[in-house]
Design a protein. Sequence first.
Length: 405
Amino acid sequence: MKRVLALAMIALLAVPASAGLGTSTASFSGGPTDDTDGVAIAAQTNGTVVNGSNVTRTRLELSGDTRHNVTRPSLDLGAAIAADDGALESAYQTRVDQRRIFSASDGDRLVERFTDRVETRIDALRTRERAATQAYAAGDISEQELARRLVLIANEANQLHDQLKALGDVANRRETTLRITSLEFRPRSFTGRAHDELERGLRGTKTSHVSITATQNGYVLGLLNQSEGTYYRQALRFDNRNPDGPTTLKTTDQAFDRLRALYPETKTDEVFIPSLQRARDAGLYEVSINYPEGSSTLYLDAATSSVFFEVKRLDVEAMPRSTVLNRTIDGLRIVVERTYDNGPALVKAFDADTGEPAGVTLAVDGRDVGGTGVNGERWFIAPSGTYQLSVSNGDARFNVTVPAA
């Protein structure tokens, strides 16, 4: 059964983050730092801070060599048909299972057996997801193919979630119901807003670009919704998940203490934890964290004591950022403000003489990211590290190098 622990505005002890979690701070007062345990710490700069505070933002980061690209998947009828066929097959299977359960003398025995089947399929999905991610990280498949595979996996995960809910509706034994409720947490880590956007592209619907970064140990999807002014980030670390391992975090109190260690910013008045739920049979905890600029939902593995999946939904205008470029070229002043590595960045273009907003067209490392609007501004998801920004203003065109920090 889902248990919610309301935890708001609690004073916490600050301790270092563990491997796989990166932090960025809006103070930007020091130089680049590294943690010997592999914690990726966002580089800091003495640049101007916008919308700043001294609150640290922790996020799940990847380890190892990364491969990064930005994709807007094109129409893939095969993938769309496969997704639709899978949904029909799943709905049919659910109806067949329910009829068998209702007609059986011991329906709960069948519920348990069908639940075992769903759990096995969830495990198989993770294996497929990891294989696809590693193939992309190794350069064996394109970002389009990775997107196709992730969409099909996400669709199947949603179908398995629906099957679990249907089984829970007909289960009579309390222990069976509790197990099913717990297992419903597991398919959630295969899906998200970025997966939805990838699917829209494969179905031929006009979509936004999705940033894909992957290593042999995990992947990060980034989606910037220009109309909403919202940034979605989904990060997953395969090596932080061990559902069959011995339980290290046995209680919600232990999980909460661990969370305090991983996300020390929760000690401040600006960040709080509205819920922490335990999914005993899934071997994980689902935690929500609210920031001034948005929210984060993460899954803490009970065996490894590490976060293996994290979803962020942030208001880009409210995200702390620093100025990493301020150049005047050919009568234009170009300002670039950075949030964090491989996160949203803001370009501002002004007439150098009048200070009026300027309409220019932008490209990042040769990829078109659109133009500045009437306010002379444009948000985009920046690549990791240093990149080239091309600015076109009528017949004039120039390139500038944007530093990593």
